[in-house]
Design a protein around this ligand. Structure first.
Ligand code: OTU
Length: 641
């Protein structure tokens, strides 16, 4: 490993040997200061990745030029934002933070119309808007845009690059942070790098993983997980014209980038900084677990994947420190945690809580949820979870089998049960989901469906049973309540705020029909929005109860930068946690995951350290000696009165 001193020397040598682009005096000073602060640490990381290469120093020189050019191109407005964010580094741990994820076309039509829809977002209290991939991508199936053909061009169906910049400006003016996808594990096979590689250009062949020898491919396949087994077995695609294999973890048109090549690191850094300079404040690191590969390993979450992400983070710290990284590691909970850190990803999806909330709804028991979150919920106070109930993908049953084992749950059998339950194949299930990527070898499977359909609303409506409809609405409210009150940024997935059911129209589109995830990617029509205003409609019920909770959250500091403590409830159906901050504020949330009435043990409210308690969710004071009971799927948010 290089010492800090050696790394500082390397920086001095680089600066001596290159010409920086034209910068104002003030900018040059600021840039050199940031380089001095972050580049030596970056050199140490890059040396771990590429130190053995003869051209290591050349790539360092190139990288500084990339950084300087991006810094020069960064608008004054965003540079000012950088300074502000550096002064309040934990700005995202705020009760006002509320996210929404939308597809530009499905939500609004195009970027211009989306800009016109900002009032809708404001009416929901949204402060963070994640736009699903909107870049140029292959016609037809592009994995919902996750096959990027050009990071700098907007899909012409959605508008132009100018529209995107205008939208970023407008969102920022309204206090909404824009989050974009950084799809950096792979490009589409139509990206100019891939096209050059196909044409045999040796420089660009090095950008991807090609194998002529089938044995190599077979070796890797022995240890790598299959992500899309119904698309193709194994992680490689055979290219007929070239008579070669190319690494494709996901679809065959998504080619994995070769990060063992420092030129790829530099080229992608350039693209990443271009996205940062559009004016986004968050980058979602798509499929980040897969970016480093080594033979005879699983090629997931390897130590050097972390080194790489930290190196990208250093580049952001130098050029655009206002921009946060959000980790999309949908892996074992212990591995999810490894990506979270001030120097790696400040934000992370919380797939464990997501999956186990659904698990608790199915089993009516909270032991796995409580035990798992007791172990994994706490993260660095510099960082934040991004909590969610549904996203655009499938639900994978991620939990720690060792914890399950201690609770007498067999992981394999339990996942099988959950898949049966949520695809409606289990007798008595309320859920209406669709199976995704069933693996004939391992029996593995995942589940798709909208929040409302998975929570039982679709079935209840089909059966036209008011009591069942009521229960489904309560399940939806229960999940929303946890999402909005536990520590982290709540992320609402488009349509779930309107109670939208599964949408099977994708089956008529040949470019989507093979991908069941489209069942939970509905269009947000004017009609759907209007129905949510209609008094007495189930959509209005979903929307109003959600909005009421949002209002409570955004007006109560205890939901912001407070710790979360997961509590033991001594009742198999209850889940409880407390929020506690340094100003002495506390909030105790308790929810009932069963249809039966449950009594809350007295000792739980001890944490509020007061005899009189107020339930802010239901606006009701509770008598000091009163036995607290929770009806079917009820929730209480208790604070000292
Ligand atoms: C991500 O998800 C995206 O969210 C998906 O929409 C993309 O298809 C995919 O990457 C490729 O870009 O396999 O089923 O273990 O689960 O990164 C979803 C992590 C996925 C993967 C996750 C991936």
């Amino acid at each position: 490993m290089l010492t800090l001193q050696q790394a500082e020397k390397a920086l001095a040598k680089v600066l001596d040997s290159i010409e920086l682009p034209k910068l104002t005096k003030k900018d040059e000073q600021a840039f050199l200061k940031r380089l001095g602060e972050h580049f030596p640490a970056l050199v140490i990381k890059l040396h771990q990745l590429y130190g053995e290469r003869y051209d290591f120093f050349f790539h360092l020189q190139q990288l500084v030029v990339v950084l300087a050019k991006a810094f020069a191109a960064r608008k004054r407005k965003w540079k000012n934002l950088d300074e502000r964010r550096l002064k309040s580094p934990a700005w995202y741990r705020d009760e006002k933070m509320l996210g929404m994820a939308v597809y530009v076309d499905l939500f609004a039509g195009d970027l211009k119309k989306l800009k016109a829809n900002i009032p809708y977002l404001k009416s929901m209290g949204i402060t963070y808007l994640h736009l699903m991939p909107l870049y140029k991508a292959p016609e037809g199936d592009s994995d919902g845009g996750y096959a990027v053909s050009d990071y700098r061009l907007v899909d012409p169906k959605l508008g132009s690059e100018k529209d995107l910049v205008a939208l970023a400006d407008a969102l920022s003016a309204e206090g909404i942070s824009l989050v974009l996808d950084f799809v950096f594990n792979h490009t589409s096979d139509e990206h100019r790098w891939a096209e050059a590689a196909k044409a045999g250009d040796p420089e660009f062949k090095e950008f991807y993983y090609f194998f002529e020898d089938k044995q190599e491919v077979d070796d890797y396949n022995q240890t790598c997980r299959e992500i899309f087994p119904t698309v193709r077995r194994g992680s490689f695609t055979f290219l007929e014209p070239q008579q070669e294999w190319v690494w494709t973890t996901f679809n065959s048109f998504q080619w994995d980038l070769n990060y063992a090549n420092p030129a790829v690191f530099n080229a992608i850094t350039d693209e990443m900084l271009f996205l940062a300079n559009i004016g986004c404040e968050g980058l979602r690191l798509d499929a980040l677990a897969f970016i480093w590969k080594e033979k005879w390993t699983q090629c997931e979450s390897l130590p050097k994947a972390h080194t790489l992400i930290q190196a990208f983070n250093s580049c952001l710290q130098i050029v655009a420190p206002a921009v946060l990284f959000k980790s999309e590691a949908i892996v074992h909970p212990d591995e999810v945690a490894q990506y979270i850190g001030k120097d790696e990803c400040q934000l992370s999806y919380n797939p464990l809580m997501m999956a186990l909330m659904w698990e608790s709804l199915a089993t009516r028991e909270t032991k796995l949820l409580t035990a798992s979150l007791k172990k994994s919920f706490e993260i660095s106070p510099d960082c934040s979870w991004v909590n969610y109930i549904r996203c655009h993908d499938d639900i994978g049953w991620t939990f720690d089998d060792a914890i399950a084992e201690q609770l007498d749950i067999n992981g394999f059998d339990h996942r099988r049960f959950l898949n049966q339950f949520y695809t409606g194949r289990f007798d008595g299930s309320f859920a209406e989901g669709v199976p995704f990527q069933e693996n004939p070898t391992t029996g593995d499977c995942r589940v798709c469906g909208s929040l409302a359909s998975l929570a039982g609303l679709e079935r209840a409506l089909e059966q036209d049973d008011n009591q069942l409809i009521e229960l489904a609405l309560k399940r939806i409210r229960l999940l929303n309540s946890i999402n909005l009150s536990i520590g982290g940024i709540p992320l609402i997935y488009q349509g779930d705020e309107l109670g939208i059911l599964n949408d099977h129209s994708y089956l008529e589109d040949s470019s989507k029909a093979d991908d069941a995830r489209w069942v939970n990617r509905p269009a947000i029509t004017d009609d759907a929005i209007a129905r949510a205003q209609l008094p007495g409609s189930f959509e209005a019920s979903v929307n109003q109860s959600l909005k009421a909770m949002i209002k409570l959250r955004q007006n109560n500091e205890v939901f912001g930068a407070s710790r979360t403590e997961i509590l033991e409830t001594y009742n198999p159906h209850l889940f409880a946690y407390a929020r506690l901050n340094d100003n002495g504020q506390t909030m105790l949330a308790i929810c009932n995951f069963s249809e039966q009435e449950q009594q809350v043990p007295f000792s739980i409210t001890d944490i509020l350290a007061t005899a009189s308690v107020l339930d802010i969710l239901n606006h009701s004071p509770l008598q000091p000696t009163e036995q607290i009971t929770l009806g079917a799927y009820d929730v209480k948010w208790l604070v000292p009165a």
